[in-house]
Design a protein around this ligand. Structure first.
Ligand code: AMP
Ligand code: ZN
Length: 472
């Protein structure tokens, strides 16, 4: 199996072949930092974290870029509503985002550009677009001229009428065409703004990602990700800007989009008010349980978020952690995911299949009484957990000394079963050693073994069929 990803650009699952052998560049649209992240916002973060872990496991030298949008009209509005400076708001919410995503075991990206650090690059790309006849100025704005690009709409597969109706594209009198979109807008009063050849203003959202992705990964790169709501207009517009600024050079080669996290069938969103922040959910469940619940559906499918789902995920983790707890004193074999888990992930990140392979592994480990097999299974269990960003906690810490009843029973009974097996094996070994000692007339050693066992409450009985033992 090789990695296959569903590419929105071609509406098909395709084999992943990077632009340059061994290297992968991946850009994922990051948060607009004006408020706490809800669990829907965390879906792309967790999904692309699994993809990043998989790519690294497959040996690719990955550069993972996820931006911070720290200039946007929602930020201006929220700062004003909170009576907070823009800087204080974006610093506070960026930190909260980092903390919340870390609690979900999402590793930080390699590069995390902030839009406000790339304003010069945005102005330069806008100037290029004007010079090449793809953009025009009007009433302090700079607009992208969609009619200058014959392929506009190709990524999202929309025709012009759909675009205007479906995306509520702002119809403004200064636009040549209602589908034209803003590259630069004027800033008045104390709105954040930068001096530019087009007047004091600020960038539109789409130009930010075109510029930050180029700065980190170049004009053409491998994977671009985000939630499916970004396909139009955000990603369509990124393609338009980047391809036109770069004389038609391809932009992202594989477009990967996650489906929605829903609540009773509706997309979780701030505007519908049906959201739960990651922070709230973390107060009731460990981050790994939220993460496992997130991975319980394949990323392109909708995932309905329920507290029952979270509780189920917590139970599944209790089970695996109690398995690991019972194996606490067993040394671990090589920590490596199984081929089954890797193959499931290589098939367009089939996390439900990878999880069922993980559960099967835990079941096998619970039943095993062979110490060598236990060690191998322990390594496979931990390794398979890690590629999914799970099982990263010490089992004792996971339970905080409070093992749920159903698991406590297993841990105690099975641990003593395991101990019994080990004791039986040791007694058998000593009986054989004693027989050999007798054969070699080493009666001192034979007696020593019998006496030591007696001291441990084990009585040996020699009979015509050989030696048996009983507890004293
Ligand atoms: P936003 O801050 O709204 O731009 O969203 C940040 C990221 O979260 C984007 O990639 C969105 O596509 C994604 N996103 C927002 N809401 C949801 C949701 N309910 N389910 C899945 N992804 C979402
Ligand atoms: Zn973006």
């Amino acid at each position: 199996m090789t990695l296959h990803l569903y590419n929105t650009a071609h509406r098909a699952k395709e084999e992943f072949v990077p632009l340059r052998p061994g290297k992968v560049g991946m850009y994922v649209c990051g948060p607009t930092v004006y408020d706490l992240a809800h669990i829907g916002n965390a879906r792309p973060v967790v999904i692309f974290d699994v993809l990043a872990r998989l790519l690294r496991h497959l040996g690719y030298d990955l550069t993972y870029v996820r931006n911070i949008t720290d200039v946007e009209d929602k930020i201006i509005a929220a700062a004003e509503a909170n009576g907070e400076s823009i800087e204080a708001l974006t610093t506070r919410t960026t930190k909260a985002f980092h903390d919340d995503m870390a609690a979900l075991n999402a590793l930080p990206p390699d590069i995390e550009p902030r839009a406000t650090e790339h304003i010069g690059g945005m102005i330069a790309m806008i100037e290029t677009l004007i010079r090449k006849g793809h953009a025009y100025t009007a009433e302090g704005h700079v607009l992208f001229d969609v009619n200058s690009m014959p392929d506009y709409g190709k990524l999202s597969g929309r025709n012009r009428d759909d675009m205007i109706a479906g995306a509520r594209v702002e119809v403004a009198p200064y636009k040549k065409d209602p589908a034209d979109f803003v590259l630069w807008k004027p800033s008045t009063g104390n709105m954040p703004g930068w001096e530019s050849p087009f007047g004091r203003g600020r960038p539109g959202w789409h130009i930010e990602c075109s510029v930050m992705s180029e700065a980190a990964l170049g004009e053409t790169f491998d994977i671009h990700g985000g939630g499916r709501d970004l396909i139009f207009p955000h990603h369509e517009n990124e393609v338009a800007q980047s391809c036109c600024a770069h004389d038609g050079a391809p932009f992202a080669r594989y477009w990967v989009h996650n489906g929605f996290l829903t609540v009773e069938g509706d997309k979780m969103s701030k505007s519908l008010g049906n959201f739960r922040t990651v922070r709230e959910l973390l107060a009731d469940a460990p981050g790994e349980a939220l993460r496992l619940n997130m991975l319980s559906a394949q990323y392109r499918q909708p995932l309905d978020w329920t507290s029952e789902g979270v509780a189920r995920s917590k139970k599944s983790l209790d089970r695996i952690y109690s398995t690991l707890l019972a194996l606490n004193n067993t040394p671990s074999g090589t920590i490596e995911p199984t081929n089954e888990v890797v193959a499931a992930l290589e098939d367009d990140l089939n996390t439900p299949l990878a999880l069922s392979a993980l559960y099967a592994l835990a079941k096998k480990a619970r039943r095993s009484i062979d110490p060598n097999e236990q060690a191998i299974l322990k390594g496979q269990l931990i390794g398979s957990g890690h590629i999914l960003g799970l099982l990263e906690i010490d089992p004792e810490v996971w339970f905080h000394g409070e093992i749920p009843d159903e698991e406590a029973e297993y841990v105690n009974i099975d641990v003593s079963d395991h101990l019994d097996v080990q004791i039986n094996e040791e007694i058998d070994r000593l009986i054989n050693e004693r027989a050999d000692a007798k054969k070699n007339k080493n009666f001192a050693r034979a007696d020593e073994i019998r006496d030591n066992l007696k001291a441990d409450g084990i009585i040996l009985e020699d009979g015509p069929g050989g030696t048996t033992w009983k507890r004293a």
